[in-house]
Design a protein around this ligand. Sequence first.
Ligand code: ATP
Ligand code: ATP
Length: 154
Amino acid sequence: DREKIIMTGVLSLKEKKIRVVMTNLEDVFMLEANRIVDDELVLNVYGFGYSRIPVYEREKDNIVGLVYARDFALPDTESGKFTVRHIMSFCKHRYGTSITPDDSSYDVFNLFKKEQYHLGVVVEYDNTSEKDPRARAVGIVTLEDIIEEMIQEE
Ligand code: ATP
Ligand code: ATP
């Protein structure tokens, strides 16, 4: 029955690593921080239909923030003066920044609950550079991904 399925799902979360539930970076719809916000961009954002959109700088694995699709309802797209970075600083949204592929989905579920965010960027630490290892994004995980895993029927 349904209760049993959910109980089993919750328990299986402990074993399930983030790497199997996350959305890989190459499938993530993102925006570049310096991109001008024009009508084309706004149509693109609404067209994709995602609520939360990571923002990157230079390289796609360098995620520096998060914008919401709904933030794009406000800015003046005529002036050509607004960039994604402006939106990012006007509308601040919290998200997870130090989740790794080997974390347990159960721990991330609890983190989301505690911190009240719905999305985390999954990172790997680049240990080739001796000092100041850079966190390289490899994907994103949302509350939805984890809940889906929890209520999955075997
Ligand atoms: P909401 O349901 O709150 O409107 P949403 O539909 O945009 O949000 P989620 O429900 O959180 O997104 O996630 C649904 C799936 O889409 C998940 O697998 C998630 O990893 C993926 N996803 C979320 N945002 C993006 C994005 N910007 N690019 C690609 N995939 C995304
Ligand atoms: P996200 O979906 O990414 O978390 P959000 O912050 O807009 O975006 P929720 O996650 O649903 O919305 O809510 C976060 C917290 O803010 C919750 O504790 C919720 O109860 C509270 N909250 C949401 N909307 C309002 C509101 N209009 N007024 C007061 N509190 C709100």
